[in-house]
Design a protein around this ligand. Structure first.
Ligand SMILES: CCCCC/C=C\C/C=C\C/C=C\C/C=C\CCCC(=O)SCCNC(=O)CCNC(=O)[C@H](O)C(C)(C)COP(=O)(O)OP(=O)(O)OC[C@H]1O[C@@H](n2cnc3c(N)ncnc32)[C@H](O)[C@@H]1OP(=O)(O)O
Length: 221
């Protein structure tokens, strides 16, 4: 895997616009989940959205943006499903690395994340913790892909109120690294805890074939 070179100023400005668009689409998704307007209005809005979808699709990439270096010289992934500011699917999670090389993120789940009534879907919590544990091993200098992830759901996770997620690398052995993390209330009450094994793939060190994604490698512009 190679990282794209730092973006130009023009590209950064366009990415900022894409980030604003993604935020707007998140607002749209929230509005769809909670709307109670009459059916005729739903049909009218759907027609407008179909037209907007066509406009955006007029010039299309083969695959989302991937890892690249930002203007600050740090790697970023603006299309990531969990952290990508330019991906409407993402919360987006803003992950901070502490001086101790652990990671922390403030969470704001929304009604769109509901599974059981008034509760965040367990798969959504798992997705957040997968990302956070992955960033914890990376922050400790041992990046890898998730091999296993196990979770213990202690209490229902509410949406609409501030929560905190933290994670830390616990140990490494060869290409394998382990991390632990949790989602908690601001007072520290743990709601979900996770342990994960992350493996640096053999192909990262040139010791194995690089697997082709389904349908071949996507072209980035
Ligand atoms: C995702 C990172 C991209 C990095 C980009 C670069 C720079 C950016 C900087 C930092 C990155 C920052 C953050 C990352 C944040 C979040 C992480 C998100 C993570 C994901 O969302 S990621 C998607 C889900 N994830 C997958 O899509 C994995 C699919 N899978 C594979 O790609 C392979 O399967 C792989 C690579 C796992 C292993 O493949 P391989 O060929 O390298 O290793 P091999 O088979 O030789 O096994 C060697 C030893 O690991 C044991 N082993 C193997 N697999 C195991 C498993 N699953 N569970 C338990 N043990 C396992 C064997 O038993 C053997 O053990 P032993 O040595 O003891 O015999």
């Amino acid at each position: 895997m190679t990282l794209d070179l730092a973006s130009t100023e023009d590209a950064e400005s366009r990415l900022a616009a894409l980030t604003v668009l993604s935020r707007q689409v998140r607002d749209l998704i929230d509005a769809v989940v909670l709307t109670d307007v009459p059916e005729g209005e739903l049909t009218a809005v759907t027609a407008e959205l179909a037209a907007l979808t066509e406009r955006l699709g007029a010039v299309r990439r083969d695959s989302p943006r991937s890892f690249e270096f930002g203007p600050d010289g740090l790697p970023r992934n603006l299309s990531n499903a969990v952290t990508g500011a330019a991906n409407p699917h993402a919360l987006p999670l803003v992950v901070q690395v502490t001086p101790e090389r652990t990671v922390r993120a403030e969470l704001g789940f929304r009604p769109v994340h509901e599974g059981p009534p008034a509760t965040v879907h367990g798969g959504v919590s798992a997705m957040i913790l997968d990302q956070l544990l992955g960033q914890a091993v990376a922050a400790a200098g041992f990046p890898g892909m998730t091999g296993t992830l196990s979770l213990r759901y202690r209490r229902p996770v509410p949406y609409g109120e501030p929560l905190v997620a933290t994670a830390e690398h616990t140990r490494s052995q060869g290409r394998k690294s382990w991390a632990e993390g949790r989602i908690a209330l601001p007072d520290g009450t743990v709601l979900v805890e996770a342990e994960g094994l992350f493996i640096a793939p053999s192909w990262w060190s040139g010791k194995g074939p690089v697997p082709e994604p389904e349908g071949g490698a996507g072209g980035a512009r």
